[in-house]
Write a new protein. Structure first.
Length: 190
């Protein structure tokens, strides 16, 4: 029990044997549940016997590249050996460690966080070189492009026919007869 005569519940004495300092803002160790002053609050400062109980560490398996949680007080080699006997999948290594490449044909660009682009129309992840729909053959972009080309072609033919005063959709025989007509063969010489 700590505190002063006026406030006996205020503060607590440090549990470190060589300290016993009255601290008005004591720390409770979450592992050993003892009370410590500011100087002895860390696990290493008060030589906590239950230090590793709250410790959460993992090691990476060299065979399958998955993370393996270590057990407090157990040898790391023993933990890895148990993992290799029960949960280790060598096929997982390629899946985790293989870096993705740009899916565009003949592109060998390795995809990283800085050079990856996700197309907003087809949701395909491509490298920055192929970020435009025309470069990665975006299916939505191709349909839109074909539709716009068709509309452009129709508009062009309509304007051309208005200019010439004829329908472009007329048969080629009619067009051939107009070209070969005597009116088109009149040439004036000056």
């Amino acid at each position: 029990m700590g505190g002063t005569e006026a406030f006996p519940e205020l503060g607590a004495h440090c549990s470190q044997p060589d300290c016993h300092l009255l601290d008005f803002l004591p720390f409770n160790c979450d592992s050993c549940k003892q009370t410590f002053c500011l100087e002895h609050r860390s696990y290493s400062a008060h030589n906590c016997t239950k230090e590793g109980l709250k410790d959460s560490r993992v090691i990476i398996c060299p065979i399958c590249a998955s993370s393996v949680r270590t057990v407090f007080g157990e040898n790391i080699d023993l933990t890895l050996e148990k993992h290799m006997q029960v949960n280790c999948d060598p096929n997982n290594y390629d899946r985790i460690m293989k870096k993705p490449k740009c899916p565009v044909k003949r592109c060998r660009e390795v995809m990283t966080t800085t050079n990856t682009y996700m197309c907003k129309t087809c949701k395909l992840k491509v490298c920055l070189k192929h970020r435009f729909p025309a470069d990665h053959l975006c299916m939505s972009g191709v349909k839109t492009r074909e539709a716009s080309l068709e509309t452009l072609s129709q508009n062009f033919m309509k304007i051309l026919s208005q200019r010439r005063g004829t329908e472009c959709a007329s048969s080629s025989t009619q067009a051939g007869s107009k070209i070969g007509s005597p009116a088109s063969q009149n040439v004036s010489a000056h």
